[in-house]
Design a protein around this ligand. Structure first.
Ligand code: M6R
Length: 606
């Protein structure tokens, strides 16, 4: 989820590219780089840090030329550093890349045997080497690119140049790439905000499109070299609208990004044929005699831990203890040498979670972090780390970070299940098959978002909400209630459905909407009894389930049906309507959805 820009024309490329990169800064990044072509030579400058640092470094070098590529990197493979920043070069080929190359290790090993030397820890660096290897075998530039991308697995948007020719190539697969149509000049970018001030005529490339830019014009071809046409869209976006990809808020954009974010989390890690989850980055100690797992975090990440407890305990039968990070260390937890401490954090900078990790280390247990931000404190200082690869999350309310955290916890459970010999291959394969269906099922919920908006309209006048669920659905409802609270400022409380009769039932009347999450698992009938208790007190019920219930229709205020999945994966699907409900209620109330009052994206104080 980095940023790419390319320019070829009559003007100095440097300032055009830097200005375009500045417009992508809102996405979050850790390093930046630029490559400018001039008279068959290419000058590359890369810097860890901000685009302004790059601007300063490059202008000191007086970098000149009318064609170039630029990039902001948000680290996924290899820490944020100058050597890992893009562009990457091999021979006379220069590449900038967004996405993840799934089979980069295999390619790297093959190329190493042929004498290629690598200077970074990135997956990207294999791409210029691969293209260059075809050029060395006598292929032309365009054919070398076509041949190279045939060998790449994963997702990529690429900008490519070579020293010998004044040609620029852009390629796309599963990562966005846009060509801007400008007279006599060529521009392309990963995101519209980068180029929207230059043109509002945009071509949204499709997978496997290859664009060749030459002499201020361009042609598009497919992977076999056949010319193709793509529609030119005239958009009326402002710069700010373009940053949000046409969505009103970052939060909404991030909710819609979940199918892709989860796909990125899975890329290169789940192998259905072998019934394996490959978490190569993770160096687990010998855990054969593991006694207990601790899961500790704050806020939404804590809710992911609560869900993780159900995932691990139901499948592995290993006890899991969860805790809120700010409580954990002050209660002097009793940890044993054979325990493992999992810390979950989007930012990897949450002070309470870092303190919890230190507490674990003090007790001599193995600490494993699940983080989204590469290079973050938690990811660096814990003994092991698994990255969620959700891409930058800008909305303060966490959405795609949450669902990718659950995805990682589920993969870790499968990995440990095989490692400990608790799960057989057949079971793991069946669970992987279900896991791989999740992005598609989330997409189908998103396609029906209109229904959720209509539901939200009915609830905007209420001041209190009760959220009920049983088993794994209870922490899902805790997360749903937190989403509503933080962005709409409406009080919402989550309860285990069976616990309602022990107190909160006193609150129920026609003024308290009760949201119930109850897929048809083994507690469905029990939850229905709790719903009857609400009906008996004239409460309003909104039911989220996975099979339409005729019995409930006409009695419940509304019923939302979402796809079915296995028990442990249900939270990945339930999260989406709950996020959309909260979003729509807040949006209708007109609150500041992306930056709710009193909240910070990363809480670095205890
Ligand atoms: O970066 P972290 O995941 O460690 O952040 C933890 C919480 O601060 C965070 O989840 C917070 O609760 C969000 N505002 C939830 O939407």
């Amino acid at each position: 989820m980095c940023g790419i820009v390319g320019y070829q024309g009559r003007n100095e490329a440097f300032s055009i590219l830097i200005d375009a990169l500045k417009k992508l800064e809102y996405r979050g990044y850790d390093s930046a780089g630029i490559a400018i072509w001039h008279d068959k030579s290419i000058e590359i400058i890369r810097r860890k840090g901000k685009v302004d640092d790059l601007r300063k470094a490059a202008s000191e070098n007086k970098i000149k030329g009318t064609m170039g590529l630029a990039h902001t990197r948000w680290a996924t493979h290899g820490i944020p550093s100058e050597r890992n920043a893009h562009p990457h070069k091999a021979g006379d080929v220069v590449v900038v890349h967004n996405g993840i190359i799934e089979n980069y290790m295999e390619i790297k090993e093959q190329l190493k045997k042929q004498g290629h030397r690598f200077t970074s820890d990135t997956d990207t660096e294999v791409i210029p080497h691969l293209i260059n290897s075809y050029i060395e075998k006598g292929e032309g530039f365009i054919d070398a690119v076509r041949l190279a991308i045939r060998g790449l697995e994963g997702s990529y948007a690429l900008g490519i140049m070579r020293q010998k020719e004044r040609i620029m190539i852009a390629v796309k697969k599963e990562s966005p790439l846009i060509v801007g149509v400008v007279d006599g000049e060529s521009v392309f970018a990963s995101d519209a905000p980068a180029i929207i001030d230059m043109t509002n005529k945009l071509i949204f490339l499709e997978d496997n499109d290859i664009v060749v830019f030459k002499d201020g014009g361009f042609r598009i071809m497919d992977i076999d070299g056949n010319e193709i046409n793509r529609k030119v869209h005239t958009v009326n976006w402002t710069g700010a609208m373009a940053q949000k990809g046409g969505f009103k808020h970052f939060m909404l954009k991030e909710i819609y990004e979940q199918p892709r974010a989860i796909t990125e989390t899975l890329i290169g890690r789940v192998r259905e044929e072998k019934a394996e989850v490959d978490l190569d980055e993770l160096k687990l100690p010998d855990m054969k005699d593991i006694k207990k797992i601790w899961m500790v975090a704050c806020g939404t990440s804590y809710h992911a831990c609560l869900i993780g407890k159900y995932i691990f305990e139901s499948s592995l039968r290993i006890p899991v203890e969860t805790d809120i990070a700010s409580e954990f260390r002050y209660r002097e937890p009793i940890m044993g040498r054979h325990d493992m401490l999992i810390l979950v954090s989007q930012s990897g900078e949450t002070a309470d979670t870092i303190a919890a990790m230190k507490e674990g280390k003090k007790n001599g247990v193995y600490t494993l972090s699940i983080c989204n931000v590469l290079g973050s404190t938690l990811s660096r200082e814990s003994d092991g780390v698994i990255f969620t690869h959700a891409g930058p999350e800008i909305g303060v309310a966490s959405t795609k970070a949450f669902t990718t955290q659950i995805t990682v916890l589920f993969m870790l459970m499968l990995h440990m299940g095989r490692f400990l010999g608790v799960l057989d291959k057949k079971t793991v394969r069946e669970k992987i098959v279900e896991l791989k269906k999740i992005p598609h099922k989330i997409q189908s919920i998103l396609n029906d978002a209109q229904k959720i908006e209509e539901m939200a309209r009915r609830f905007i006048t209420y001041k209190n909400f009760l959220y009920l669920g049983r088993g794994i659905n209870y922490p899902s409802m805790m997360e749903g209630a937190l989403k509503l609270k933080e962005i709409s400022y409406i009080h919402a409380e989550a309860y285990a459905a069976g616990e309602m009769k022990h107190g909160p039932i006193a609150l129920i009347d026609e003024n308290l909407p009760v949201f119930v999450l109850s897929p048809h698992d083994r507690t469905y009938q029990k939850t229905c009894s709790n719903i009857e208790e609400v009906f008996a007190r004239r409460g309003k019920v909104m039911l989220i389930t996975d099979i339409y219930d005729h019995e409930m229709s006409g009695r419940a205020d509304s019923i939302l049906v979402i796809p079915s999945t296995i028990y442990e994966l249900q939270p990945l699907l339930s999260a989406v309507p709950l996020q959309l409900l909260a979003y729509n209620i807040a949006n209708l109330l007109g609150t500041d959805v992306d930056q709710p009052r009193n909240l910070a994206k990363s809480v670095t104080v205890e």
